[in-house]
Design a binder for this molecule. Sequence first.
Ligand code: MRU
Length: 341
Amino acid sequence: MNKETLMYDTIRPVSWQDNGVRLLDQRQLPEHEVYLHITSTQALYHAIKDMVVRGAPAIGIAAAYGAVLAAKEAASKANDGFEQRFHDKLALLASSRPTAINLFNALTAAKQVNNPLHHLLAWADQWLADDITANKRIGSHGAACFGKGVNVLTHCNAGALATGGYGTALGVIRCAYQQGKLNTIYADETRPWNQGSRLTLWELQKENIPTTLIADSVAASLMQQGKVDWVVVGADSICMNGDIANKIGTYSLAVLAKHHGVKFMVAAPVTTIDINAKTGADIIIEHRLADEILPNYYKKTTASALNPVFDVTPANLISAIVTEKGVIESPDASKMQFLIS
Ligand code: MRU
């Protein structure tokens, strides 16, 4: 790997260290770069639920290492009933967040590993390594779709922080930037959790990739002025007809993009495909607490708030789904079937 490639691949939010899971605490970014050491499935459940680790592939990797913890905990009791205890602990991890399909795909794969106590750690290490490899491929497939001097807009954080490293949407952006193809990178602030202003800006700035932050509501007028060529986002789930779920606000960007003739790219590894979801109607959308969006003043009052944190973008608004296997233009059921075959 040459020096330049390494320059754009410096962040590892999830790893295994000292018999536990090492997580970069994303709640504290950008002010503080703090790593937590997680040694129980119970603590990992809370870390995922509370967004210490977030982003579908990163959640999947954390869960893969969580399976290692689960096997150890299940084995530390009587010999009988290991499998039941192991599965119960995996079920706890599965209940942490409902939309990130990588979580469920990783846990399902963990159940298939033979002799889990001895082989799960190597398997989880491979799950992480495969994710990074997939992201590099996604990056180069996605960047190949761009001409020169392109302006891109991204939403949420689908970067190194949301994956094993390098990122999906930000993998495409990293690769295209390195190839000198990008003019301006716009990052949506991404209300209410501010993944864009807190995380995307942090990780791109760390690698000296110039980024322009915008409030979410600025996207429409930028498109109206012809200042966006591609919207590039990640996904929490991809259905078998090409519908996708991603951070709330993705759907509105897709509608805007269609209206203004802007291309819309979804970048995600195949571990984000939900083979059981026929259409977006099958996706479970996570709702988080009203407190996340209510200003402090209202928290002890009867004021209510609605806080769905993902939405569904239908396939007919998507120009391309980019996975490590290549680019699918205008996704539909038959192309998705071909992709997984
Ligand atoms: O609530 P979050 O921060 O976990 O949501 C993350 C996203 O919506 C990402 O875009 C998605 O998981 C893809 S990450 C490569």
